[in-house]
Design a protein around this ligand. Structure first.
Ligand SMILES: [Zn+2]
Ligand SMILES: [Zn+2]
Length: 85
C-alpha cells in the first residue's frame, strides 16, 4: 500500500492548492499535458507555437486566459497525467 502524496513533488503545495508559477508538475487546463511544455500559451493568445519566450504583454494575456479557464490544483489532475500524482 502506498500513501497518496500530499504535497507536490516539485513546488511542495498541498493537495487542493494551486502550484507555484513554473512548477513542472502543473497540468495545463486546456490540453491536460504538462503546462511547462505544452504549446497552449501561444495558441491561447493567438500566436503560432515557437521557441521564444512570451514577452510581458503576452505573458499577462496568457495568465489571464489560464485564470479564466481555471488552473488545476495539485491532486485534481485529470486524464493522462493521473499517474504523476
Ligand atoms: Zn507543483
Ligand atoms: Zn496546454
Amino acid at each position: 500500500m502506498s500513501e497518496p502524496k500530499k504535497t507536490c513533488p516539485d513546488c511542495n503545495v498541498k493537495t487542493g492548492k494551486l502550484h507555484d508559477p513554473g512548477c513542472d508538475i502543473e497540468q495545463c487546463p486546456f490540453c491536460h499535458n504538462q503546462l511547462m511544455s505544452c504549446g497552449c500559451k501561444w495558441i491561447q493568445i493567438g500566436l503560432e507555437p515557437h521557441e521564444i519566450d512570451l514577452n510581458d504583454t503576452e505573458e499577462t494575456a496568457w495568465k489571464l486566459s489560464l485564470e479564466d479557464k481555471g488552473l488545476i490544483p495539485f491532486g485534481s489532475e485529470t486524464g493522462n497525467r493521473r499517474s504523476f500524482i
